[in-house]
Ligand binder design. Structure first.
Ligand code: F6R
Length: 251
């Protein structure tokens, strides 16, 4: 029994295109109103196809991002922006370098801050989102721990942007990007579950059999901080977009 609406596509690529078109529609609607579109973005493998289609729409169908403001979910801590594993690097490679977004409209948590400035910075990140009028849409992936952003098991529904410890399973999954598990940072800055829940619309992507088990827990399980993504059952506007492999365990 599904407590969240799930849309299943044969192939991940089809789902990614559909999601990109929905985001493009939001951007264009806001343009017609003379308003900014405020997007919450994710890194990792899940959104890459969405970003590729957004780039194609920019190049071939004149989609402009000049009215778009973005806030990324998270960044490793500590992390320099020019490191290959940084989410700053990822976002520029995968999306920002290929579209006409204004650099001043891009926000990604700063992994370079000294530890004594982190708390204040996280409050400032929240405030910046609020001052833009809140997130119109938040794009999410899901980790095998059930994390959204880097809100690992134990994260409360009211949590805000903060420094967190990564779950051992998340560190194992990240090892492929860092050559060795020992090189994966132990911590990250992440928007909180509460930050994500304030978004007016949420789109969660899950592709591949590796996500089947946690997807079932998120969609059909009880709401619990043991699976932070299950909190999305309490949000009124969530779309869960998956391929048939991720959907394998849904009843
Ligand atoms: C990334 C993020 C993470 C990922 C999740 C899934 O910004 O916040 O929650 O969305 O770990 O990662 P992939 O898509 O690589 O399977």
């Amino acid at each position: 029994f599904e407590k969240l609406p799930v849309t299943i596509f044969e192939e991940a690529a089809e789902g990614a295109v559909r999601v990109a078109h929905e985001i493009a529609e939001l951007i264009r609607r806001k343009q017609r109103l003379g308003e900014q579109a405020v997007l919450g973005l994710a890194t990792g493998s899940s959104p890459i196809g969405v970003y590729q289609e957004l780039i194609r729409l920019h190049r071939q169908e004149s989609l402009s991002f000049r009215n778009v403001v973005t806030f990324n979910l998270d960044e490793y801590y500590p992390m320099e922006p020019d490191e290959l594993q940084s989410y700053v690097y990822f976002m520029h490679e995968q999306l920002f370098n290929h579209i006409d977004i204004l650099p001043e409209n891009i926000h990604i948590p700063d992994g370079t801050l000294p530890i004594d400035r982190v708390k204040e910075y996280c409050q400032h990140y929240e405030k910046q989102i609020d001052e833009c009028g809140g997130l119109d849409m938040q794009l999410l992936g899901i980790g095998r721990t059930g994390h959204i952003g880097f809100n690992e098991p134990g994260s409360s529904i009211n949590s805000t942007t903060r420094l967190v410890k990564l779950d051992p399973l998340t560190i194992t999954d990240a090892a492929k990007d860092f050559i060795k598990e020992e090189f994966v940072p132990l911590r990250a800055l992440t928007m909180g579950v509460g930050t994500i829940m304030k978004a007016r619309k949420i789109i969660l992507l899950a592709w591949g059999e590796g996500k089947a088990k946690i997807l079932k827990e998120m969609v059909e399980g009880r709401v619990s901080d043991e699976v932070p993504a299950s909190f999305l059952q309490l949000h009124p506007q969530v779309a869960v977009v998956v391929d048939r492999w991720a959907a394998l365990e849904l009843t």
